[in-house]
Design a protein around this ligand. Structure first.
Ligand code: ATP
Length: 367
């Protein structure tokens, strides 16, 4: 559970019972199906889900480019249905950046402020401040058709942040960048968010991106929100199979529930071993249940362990090694072990291996 102080925080954006239907009759599509989220002030909030789950539709609704079929969008408690996009204290950074190529970096960042008719001195000060924030002071006079993709991304951010919106919406803004730059920008974005104190609503289908940057994440699938929580909640206490599978790698094994005491079930695995397993929030386990164990919470051992099987694959990843073990019942179980610089993982394909599951690692899941 979250600390009480966090729960008291003011809600900046609330989506309440949002339904969005595109088209009519047989061809109708429910892009959003009863979506409710409350995004707090100063929060880095991420909408995470596979392509087509409705993330962009929800973001566009917050921006005012799209209207709900049912439900309401509230900004600090007020329904903003009647406010056109340009009147909302909300800005968007698009995937394409949409910079003006013939203008300089400085002019691009100043653009929104000039449209708002702010005084010259204020614009100059604000643009300087924004270029400092995104670390582009040296490029102020450069035309934006003569800068790199990563730099263009920073200009787009500076331009969107310049008018000091209450909320910044970001639709997959890092997807055009190469891997290293994307990693760097993830950290930068988080820094910019905490330095400005502006509420960020970030859309991505990249689970790693969501885990590294977000204060909280809403995991979406097929127009619904499946779970809202901190990265830690989402990764370590997935609400259901989709969330567990979509975020990180995981093992699903079936087990019999023998008993439940204070939110912890005792389950019997296919091997006959009995282990404790916490229960996903709000779940009433059936007698046959799916158990989830993250690969890094188990290790392969030459003998012993709660499960045994035959090593089917050993994959080296530099920092760690993934060992795929086929259990007696035919299920595959993957363990992830940290590598040492001097020793291999000690297992080869065809070896017999035991699997030692860490205490507290198992969770009973909603299917
Ligand atoms: P992606 O990551 O691919 O952008 P997404 O999660 O952002 O996906 P949306 O763009 O919100 O998904 O789309 C949700 C669903 O609504 C999709 O099935 C999409 O085809 C559909 N959709 C979106 N906009 C429209 C529209 N204007 N008319 C009809 N269908 C639409």
């Amino acid at each position: 559970p979250e600390p009480a102080a966090a729960q008291d925080k003011r809600v900046a954006i609330e989506a309440r019972g949002i339904v969005k239907q595109f088209g009519e009759g047989a061809g109708a599509l429910r892009a959003l199906d009863d979506v409710s989220v409350a995004i707090r002030e100063n929060e880095f909030f991420t909408l995470l889900g596979p392509s087509g789950c409705g993330k962009t539709t929800l973001l566009r609704m917050i921006a005012g480019f799209e209207f709900p079929t049912e439900g309401a969008i509230l900004l600090y408690g007020e329904d903003i249905a009647g406010l056109p996009p340009f009147k909302r204290p909300i800005n968007t950074v698009f995937q394409s950046y949409a910079l003006f190529p013939h203008l300089t970096v400085w002019e691009n960042v100043a653009f929104g402020l000039e449209m708002l008719g702010r005084p010259r001195a204020e614009i100059a000060a604000r643009v300087a401040e924004m270029l400092k924030l995104v670390r582009l002071e040296e490029l102020a006079r450069r035309r934006t058709d003569q800068i790199s993709g990563g730099q263009a991304q920073r200009v787009a951010l500076a331009r969107a942040l310049a008018p000091a919106p209450k909320v910044l919406l970001l639709d997959e803004p890092l997807s055009a960048l190469d891997y290293k730059l994307r990693k760097e920008m993830q950290i930068e974005l988080k820094r910019m968010q905490s330095e400005t104190g502006i509420t960020f609503v970030f859309v991505t289908h990249d689970q790693e991106e969501a885990l590294t940057m977000s204060d909280r994440i809403a995991v979406m699938s097929k127009g619904r929100v499946l779970q809202i929580g901190t990265p830690w909640d989402i990764y370590d206490k997935p609400a259901d199979r989709f969330v567990a599978d979509f975020i990180g790698e995981t093992n699903f094994i079936t087990a019999s529930v023998l008993g439940i005491e204070q939110g912890v079930a005792t389950v019997r695995l296919s091997s006959g071993a009995e282990i404790p397993a916490t229960i996903a929030e709000g779940l009433v386990p059936k007698s046959e249940a799916t158990i989830v164990v993250r690969p890094e919470h188990a290790r392969a051992v030459p003998a012993g362990g709660q499960l045994t099987g035959i090593v089917e694959n050993v994959v080296y990843f530099g920092t760690d090694t993934h060992i795929h073990i086929k259990l007696a019942g035919g299920e595959l179980f993957m363990v992830r072990q940290q590598n040492s610089r001097t020793q291999s993982c000690g297992f080869e394909v065809g070896d017999r291996a035991g699997i030692e599951i860490a205490p507290d690692a198992a969770q009973v899941l909603r299917d």
